[in-house]
Design a binder for this molecule. Sequence first.
Ligand code: ZN
Length: 334
Amino acid sequence: MLPVVLILMAAMLIGVFYLRNKTDEANRVYAAEAAITPKPTIAPPAIYAKPTDALLRSGSVGVEVQQLQTKLKELGFYTGEVDGQFGGGTKTAVVHFQEQHGLNPDGMAGAETLAAIYSAGAKHMVVTPRPALPASGQDLPMLVNRTSSIPEGYTPRDLVALKDVVPRDMLILKDPDVRANRQAVEALVKMIRAAQADGQQVWQVSEGYRTPARQQELFNAQVQQLIKDEQLSEESARKAAEKTVALPGTSEHHTGLAFDLTVPGYFFGDTPQAQWLENHCFEHGFILRYTANKEEITGFLPEPWHVRYVGEAHARFMEEHNLALEEYLALYRQ
Ligand SMILES: [Zn+2]
C-alpha cells in the first residue's frame, strides 16, 4: 500500500512543479514582449464630437442620451444627472434649447435639433429672470390630467346652468341643462361677446361640467365603438380610447372650468371660430388646453375646441411663454 501512495505523491509533486514552470515561462515571455511593445495611447472617447442621427426622445436610453445630457449640461440647459436615460428633465432641457434656438419645441431630439445642439452656433441657456408669476401661491389653476385625478367626491364650487346666465341667443347649448362654474361662464360670455364683435357669430357649447359617472359612460361608449368599428380587442380598444377620452376622474370637465366650443355642422378645427379662439382666448382668461405642440406633455391629441378657464393673469402668462398648464404649474415648484 505504502509504495503506491508514495508513487502518487511523487507524481503530484512533479505535476505541480511542471505547471509552475510553464506559468513562469509564460510570464517571462509576456514580460519580454511587454518591454518591447509600445504602450498604446488611449485616445479619450470623442464625447459629443459628432451628433447621432437617431431620434432621441422620452424613454430613449444609452450612450447617445448620455452625450446629449452632457452637452445640454455644458450649455446650461440640463441640470440633472448624466445617466443616459431620457426622462422628464432631459425633455424639458431639450424643449428649452429648442425654444431658444427657434426650433419646434417638441422635446424630441431629432436630426435638426441634434445638429443645432452639437453645432458651433449652439448658444448657452439664457436665464430669463424667473418671470413674476401671477398670483404666486394662491389660486393656482387646478391640474386635472392623466396622472392627476380630481379628488374623489369633488364637486366644483358655484355650478350654474348656462341657460340661466348666458344671454338668450348668444350661444347654442347642445345640452340645454349644461352647467359650469359661474366665474367661468361669465368669462365665456365676455369672450363670446368679443368674438361676435369681431364677426364670429355662431358658437355652440357642446360640453361643460361633467361628472365622473358621465365620463365613465362616455369612455365605455368609446371603447364599444372602437371594438365595433375597428374590430379591436377590448384591451386594445381601451388603450386607443384613452388617447381621446379621459378616464373617469381625469377629465378637465370635472372641474366645471372647461368648455367644448363647436360650430354645428362643421369640424371645429377648420372654422374661423377656431382660429379666433386660438388667437384671443387668453385675453379672456381661457387657454386651449390640448394643442399639437404640447401633445407629448398633455398626452392628448389636439382639441381645438376645448378651452379651460384659468383666469386672465395665468392665461396671458402661459400664452406669452408658450407653456402648457403642466409646464406652467411646474414653474411654481422650482
Ligand atoms: Zn373637452
